[in-house]
Write a protein that binds this ligand. Structure first.
Ligand code: XBP
Ligand code: MG
Length: 232
């Protein structure tokens, strides 16, 4: 079978962004910063993908005070590393579960011989924690290709991460279907030529998904035949 399903991670495999938001706030508090991202502010900040890029966006575009004037990159890297530690600890603590239908679609795809991949903006350590918490020891072996975070120069909505996944799968875009939760993710997959199913999440349900091949609340209500119908 030379077909693949490429899953996004955050918001798609699981509703992770609330845990990310709490982890950012824990890191800010630990660094002695007065910053605190509530849900409305975080929804706006999610326009920028990548945690480090999101922190920089908050500093430069929201006028956040407390960051050093010099070597801002090092400051952001350190703060984001502390956030990743907080996030992975919370995930390992069991606070996340897979979104409805994710486990059954992955099982059906594997049973039918589909290849599986991840294409995500998030940090690799976050993926390891989520896969271990939700699939146990077999988690990492489920996905033949995992393209994540800083492994590509341009994050979503740029197509880089999906192009990298196609390259590592050695498949053309037409032999793959993507599953996403956000407009940034949809634009990234579409720019790479990959037909995309969107399952909007709590932070993305108000976004537009006109370019999607299919928009559904979650994968639980999806017959696998509807995914197969998206392949030529
Ligand atoms: C979502 C993102 C990530 C997460 C936070 O990634 O944009 O930045 O919000 O994770 P995707 P990091 O939907 O592509 O999985 O702080 O590790 O970036
Ligand atoms: Mg996502």
């Amino acid at each position: 079978m030379n077909r693949a399903i490429i899953f996004d991670v955050d918001g798609t495999l699981a509703e992770t962004e609330e845990t990310h938001r709490k982890a950012f706030n824990r890191a800010f508090e630990g660094a002695g910063l007065s910053w605190s991202w509530d849900q409305d502010l975080y929804r706006a900040l999610l326009a920028v993908t990548g945690g480090k890029e999101r922190i920089r966006h908050f500093i430069e575009d929201y006028g956040a005070e407390g960051a050093p004037k010099d070597d801002l990159d090092a400051f952001i890297r350190k703060l984001h590393a502390e956030k990743t530690t907080a996030y992975t600890q919370m995930v390992k603590g069991g606070e996340l579960e897979l979104r409805p239908g994710v486990r059954s679609v992955i099982a059906a795809a594997r049973q039918k011989g589909y290849r599986l991949a991840l294409a995500t903006t998030t940090t690799p350590a976050n993926i390891d924690a989520l896969l271990a918490a939700t699939f146990g020891d077999t988690g990492n072996s489920l996905f033949e290709v995992i393209c994540a975070g800083d492994s590509v120069p341009n994050k979503k909505p740029a197509p880089d991460v999906y192009l990298r996944a196609l390259e590592e799968l050695d498949l053309p875009a037409g032999s793959c279907v993507a599953v996403e939760d956000s407009r940034n993710g949809l634009l990234s997959a579409c720019a790479a030529g990959v037909a995309t199913i969107v399952t909007p999440g709590i932070y993305t349900c108000d976004e537009s998904f006109d370019e999607a091949a299919l928009v559904i609340d979650n994968l639980e209500s999806l017959d696998f035949a509807a995914i197969e119908a998206l392949f030529p």
